[in-house]
Design a protein around this ligand. Structure first.
Ligand code: M6R
Length: 608
């Protein structure tokens, strides 16, 4: 979604802002712009389309100045045109603002402003806020922003500059992430740490309702009523290499190949082999509390929701606790039945997904304990839950979630293991699961060594218009995830189904043109899935099957098979998802798609 970066310091701001925006390109956007203050008014440059269009404009016309703000916009109010791109000016042309989020009462405010003679150049809610701040401005930008924010409803992360105050950036957050970068004689504000990582790893995370005032000699955090707030400075652990492609053609491919390491990092320090259990201290729940829960609700969106579905199978199988998995967007507006014996687990790579955040707030409001399985350290969900485990998968830049998904499943398996061992799971079974978890990184390496085989499959099937993914039991969500991954980056229509459900409808689609991908390891439902493969074969469907190494039975029926190393049945999803990620990647590349930034999508969805 939209990206914000702001700078106050001794260097030329435009380069820093454009580099920051480039680092946030992965989030998804459709226009970009900057505003520079240089003692000579506010200089705005903006362009619809990719950042390269803005860079092209700046080539011959870069405003000089050492204070400024930059933005990548993902259109909500108004089409992705240059006039709608941020920054937006107030009526006087002295104040420029960039904004992430949605001002819900923009319509009402705009009406009042129009009545007072204001003219607008865009269709955006952001320009309305700029004009409102302009009305409040007398001689103090900070107070004008604070004044205007009392009047607005909705979600925002904003950064504001004013030509009358050429040494100041004022920023504020409410429902849209923002952090302050503390450099050596220079200060930054950004919606995403990657935008400023090149310059500093010291950051202050702003909370909802907080503002920051950046000056050349320091920064000050405040809120709408108090002018000074003490906030801790945190150190970001990632280095620059982790957010660069490092020789891979795309971030997505790099992230798929990082999975042996990312999974190792997720598991590190959690597995207690001797006791056959997992250490999950981050949850902030004592064993007594963990034993008391009689129900679990997992809430998430997209790929994280698929991880949650796999978690449902694992937790119910091992710990025998009933689990419901809810789309966060549905959960937040239902009337969910929750109490203090229900544990709400929110899963999110970014930790900023608006629906998931709203779901945990709803969970808390109704008295449930909330925990998060989150990748991005310091993100809003990570800070709002009662406890949680960081996935430690490292930054995920490709819009398609890959390594975070497998880390989510591993984290769920560890939570399940702990809860199961506190109930009836034997130490031997616990150890068995631990050994299987420990073997996964090497097994993923073996799968990655066969990437050329997957590429060959992609060559064979990349012109398909539809692909069906089928699985059973714990591998049914893998089918969903395989289909989502393919459609979001290759734009091929794909559906995931429980294999047995096929005969209730999707079977009508099967003919000699329909590739059907089965996730069919030798597990408890193997014979059932063989029957489903037969059903597809009988209708001339083209079967591609992920099978357990050495399985000859399905090989006789399938057009293609891909071998998966043998693992604990409940962990097959982690292995099976890897060739499916690779397949989506290679298909998308062959179809000439923008793999890392698929159309219309954003990396973190911070609006409803
Ligand atoms: O950051 P989150 O895990 O909360 O994001 C949830 C979804 O938006 C995300 O998984 C989305 O479905 C991805 N594009 C999938 O690859």
């Amino acid at each position: 979604m939209c990206g914000i970066v702001g700078y106050v310091g001794p260097k030329q701001a435009s380069n820093i802002l454009v580099d920051g925006l480039r680092r946030m390109e992965y989030r998804g956007y459709d226009s970009a712009g900057i505003a520079i203050i240089n003692g000579n008014g506010v200089k705005i440059r903006k362009a619809a389309g990719k950042l390269s269009a803005l860079v092209e404009k700046l080539k011959f016309d870069t405003p000089s100045g050492t204070v400024g703000v930059g933005h990548t916009r993902w259109a909500t109010h108004g089409a992705p045109t240059t006039p709608n791109a941020h920054p937006h000016l107030d009526q006087s042309g002295r104040i420029a603002i960039i904004h992430n989020g949605i001002i819900e009462n923009a319509g009402t405010i705009k009406k009042a402003l129009l009545a007072r003679g204001h003219c607008f150049k865009s269709e955006t809610d952001t320009e309305v806020l700029a004009h409102l701040i302009g009305e409040y401005y007398v001689d103090n930008l900070e107070e004008a922003v604070a004044g205007a924010l009392w009047d607005v409803e909705g979600a925002y992360g904003i950064a504001v500059v004013c030509s009358e105050e050429p040494n100041t950036v004022v920023a504020a957050r409410h429902g849209s992430p923002l952090l302050v970068g503390v450099g050596d004689g220079e200060y930054f504000v950004a919606s995403d740490a990657s935008a400023i990582l090149e310059h500093t790893r010291s950051v202050v995370y702003l909370d909802d309702g907080e503002m920051v005032v950046l000056k050349r000699d320091g920064y000050r955090v405040r809120n709408l009523t108090e002018t000074h707030l003490e906030k801790p400075v945190n150190q970001i652990e990632w280095d620059l290499a982790t957010i660069e492609r490092g020789g891979f053609a795309h971030f997505m491919l790099k992230e798929i190949f990082e999975q042996p390491e990312s999974l190792t990092n997720t598991l590190r320090g959690h597995l207690l082999e001797e006791e056959g259990t997992a250490r999950v201290r981050g949850l902030n729940l004592s064993d007594e509390e963990l034993k008391r829960f009689d129900r679990i609700v997992i809430t998430a969106c997209g790929t994280s929701w698929h991880a949650g579905l796999i978690g449902e199978y694992i937790i119910e199988e091992l710990a025998r606790i009933p689990v419901e998995v809810e789309y966060a967007s549905e959960f937040r507006y239902r009337n969910p039945v929750l109490d203090d014996r229900c544990l709400v687990i929110a899963i999110s790579q970014s930790g900023e997904t608006a629906d998931t955040l709203a779901a945990i707030r709803e969970g808390k409001r109704r008295g449930a304990r909330t925990v998060g399985l989150v990748n991005v350290v310091g993100s809003t969900i990570a800070r709002e839950v009662d406890g949680g485990l960081y996935l430690r998968a490292g930054p995920e830049i490709g819009v398609a979630s890959t390594k975070a998904f497998n880390s989510q499943v591993a984290a769920l398996a560890m939570v399940a293991l702990r809860m199961a061992r506190l109930r009836n799971l034997s130490v031997l079974h616990g150890r068995e699961l631990i050994h299987a978890l420990q073997a996964l990184p090497d097994q993923i390496r073996q799968i990655l060594d066969r990437a050329p085989d997957v590429e060959r499959l992609a060559q064979k099937y990349h012109q398909a218009s539809n692909i069906l993914y089928l699985g059973r039991g714990v591998n049914f969500p893998v089918a969903l995830e395989g289909a989502l991954k393919l459609k979001e980056i290759s734009y091929i229509h794909a559906e995931g189904y429980p294999a047995a459900e096929m005969k209730h409808g999707p079977i009508a689609l099967i003919d000699q043109n329909m590739p059907v991908i089965f996730v069919a390891p030798r597990d408890a439902v193997y014979s059932k899935i063989v029957s489903n493969v037969e059903e597809v074969k009988a209708r001339k469907g083209r079967v591609i099957a992920l099978v357990t190494e050495g399985d000859a039975e399905i090989a006789k029926l399938a057009e293609e098979t891909f071998p998966l190393p043998k693992t604990h049945d409940l962990l097959t999803p982690i292995l099976a998802s890897v060739p499916l990620q690779l397949l989506s990647y290679y298909v998308a590349v062959l179809r000439g798609c923008n793999v890392d930034q698929p159309r219309n999508l954003a990396k973190s969805v911070t609006v409803e």
